[in-house]
Write a protein that binds this ligand. Sequence first.
Ligand code: ADP
Ligand code: NI
Length: 200
Amino acid sequence: MNPALYKAALERISGLFGEDATGHDVHHTLRVYRMAMRLAEAERADRELVGLAAMLHDADDPKLFGTGNGLPNARAFMDEQGIAPVQAETVCTIIGEVSFSKNGSKRPSTIEGMVVQDADRLDAIGAIGIARTFAFGGNRGQAIHDPGRDTGTSIAHFHEKLLKLKDLMNTEEARRIAEERHRYMEAFLAEFQDEWDGKR
Ligand code: ADP
Ligand code: NI
């Protein structure tokens, strides 16, 4: 992505996210951007579309902004930057197909969408995924773990969602990275359980 556009996008998302502590901070977006560009390289996807979609993928997240389905924050930014309307429309389609909650396990319709979805999902697993999960759970006031519950705690979230992500990756490179991060989460969960049970 050209440096001026990158800088403008960084300023915009920094302004939008502010001090959000739910795991959707600007650093999440920048990690997704870097990973998406790496995957785009491997997949020969359109780097301009991938870059814009990655930078703007959470700019209209309903959990943070009550902006509905029209992606007004993403559209306003692209409009101000003089992105051609057809291209902006494609970016919005990509963003709409990325979300796990909105989209379930449906595959995005383009390689660009697959790459950005993989990058977003990779940021939910591994060491960073573990950190984000407890930050998100704490922010919501939920317990880290409760042996009597298989939902509504941070540990439950691993089983409900995070351990499933490696099998949902769209691209080869993402699958390889996901497998490593998955093993790391499994080791963490095993250690967590052992300490909980007084075995260590
Ligand atoms: P995205 O929209 O980027 O797919 P979410 O908005 O669902 O991700 O979640 C942001 C972060 O918070 C992710 O790391 C996710 O795994 C974590 N998270 C989401 N829901 C929960 C939950 N119920 N408990 C703990 N962590 C959660
Ligand atoms: Ni995200």
